[in-house]
Design a protein. Structure first.
Length: 370
């Protein structure tokens, strides 16, 4: 297929001991990161955590205070931005309004006097499925189409590494979801290395094969999306990547299978293999969709945690599922997501309720929520 010929493999990226200080502010204290060639890597974190600064360092738009940047094994720390094998797609598409789409995509190649610039630009437009609009001007395209042109314009240069800085931020929700899937399949097809910066956890989890969660200039945890979601390491990751019910208490017992913490007199257990700390005060958690709601006290079972009785303080129906907030004295307010397989909510506000979850579904954190 033409697209395959057009594409080149991406390169790996290594950040070694990177520090970035601005006058009076340290944006990145110490960053070590390796992104394998051909992977779709997301840097995820809240506003101000240092994502864009990291991207700008890789692009060569900022100089690190300390540390080295290697692309495909070559040290590019001192290499000028335009000489790095890197292209960036920003949130603003910055297409030239007076040029047609094909002229926009071919522009960089023509300037570098690369032969068959127009042919290659058409290949890139085919890849983003916009070749039939090649003769239009940017203002005659929708936001999502313009974003795809910006992507084609970046890919046509065959960068070893493509940097994406919140590229879908300006699109409405539905288009963003669609573009997430498209971007991922384009990345799989061309095999370039994508480094994508976003504050949207769902976006990072949908698209990336590896996610690094960044907080205050440092990476808190890195791994496959399922891994981070299933076994978050810190309170920050547990709360930033989805929602969590967290409990903090002293360790009350440890066996080879489970550790148990004391939550207001009730034991809450997690598998020992999923604990990160085994003594002192420990925080453990469980995802809301793993928690079941009961209107009567469930029978005690050795493989389930049961808390209650509590009271339902809020019910919000959202079609496919219902969210309950259940106030359990001593344990706090729990969030429960229940699939709607019957005819609407199972419990009303004010009802007495118990919550339970399988011990296997709990996770232990390395730090404390309290
Ligand atoms: P956002 O999602 O809001 O873009 P971000 O995670 O990309 O946030 P950065 O833009 O990397 O964050 O900024 C990280 C920190 O460094 C912020 O606190 C920011 O104020 C600070 N910072 C960035 N650029 C400079 C600069 N030129 N001078 C001083 N401080 C800066």
């Amino acid at each position: 297929m033409a697209v395959r010929e057009f594409a080149e493999r991406g390169a790996d990226l290594q950040l070694v001991g990177i520090q970035k200080r601005f006058p009076g502010f340290t944006a990145i204290e110490e960053l070590d990161l390796t992104i394998p060639a051909g992977s779709f890597f997301a840097l995820l974190g809240p506003s101000g955590c240092g994502k864009t600064t990291t991207l700008r360092l890789v692009a060569g738009l900022e100089e690190p205070t300390r540390g080295r940047i290697l692309i495909g094994g070559t040290d590019v720390t001192a290499t000028k931005a335009h000489e790095r094998p890197v292209n960036t797609v920003f949130q603003s598409y910055a297409l030239f309004p007076h040029m047609t789409i094909i002229e926009n995509v071919a522009f960089g190649l023509k300037r570098r006097r690369i032969s068959d610039a127009v042919g290659r630009a058409h290949e890139a437009l085919k890849l983003v499925e916009l070749d039939h609009l090649a003769q239009r001007r940017p203002q005659q395209l929708s936001g999502g189409q313009q974003q795809r042109v910006a992507l084609a314009r970046a890919i046509v240069n065959r960068p070893a590494l493509l940097l994406l800085d919140e590229p879908l931020g300006a699109l409405d929700l539905k288009l963003r979801r669609q573009m997430q899937l498209e971007l991922k399949s384009i990345q799989e097809e061309v095999g370039l290395t994508f480094l994508h910066v976003t504050h949207d956890q769902e976006e990072a989890m949908t698209m990336a094969d590896t996610v690094a969660v960044m907080n205050q200039g440092a990476i808190e945890q890195m791994g496959a999306p399922e891994e981070l979601y299933d076994l978050p390491r810190t309170v920050f990751v547990a709360n930033f990547l989805g929602q969590s019910n967290l409990f903090t208490g002293p360790v009350a017992g440890t066996t080879a299978e489970a550790i148990s913490i004391d939550v207001a007199g009730t034991p809450v257990r997690i598998p020992t293999a999923r604990a990160r700390r085994h003594q002192g005060t420990v925080t453990v958690g469980v995802r809301p969709e793993k928690v079941a709601l009961h209107e009567t006290e469930p029978a005690a079972a050795s493989d389930r945690n049961v808390l209650g009785p509590g009271r339902v303080i809020d019910v919000s129906f959202s079609g496919v599922s219902t969210q309950y907030l259940v106030d359990v004295p001593g344990a706090g307010t729990l969030l429960v997501f229940a699939q709607n397989i019957g005819h609407g909510p199972a419990a009303a506000v004010g009802a007495e309720a118990w919550v339970s979850w399988h011990v296997e579904h709990g996770f232990g954190l390395a730090d404390d929520a309290s």
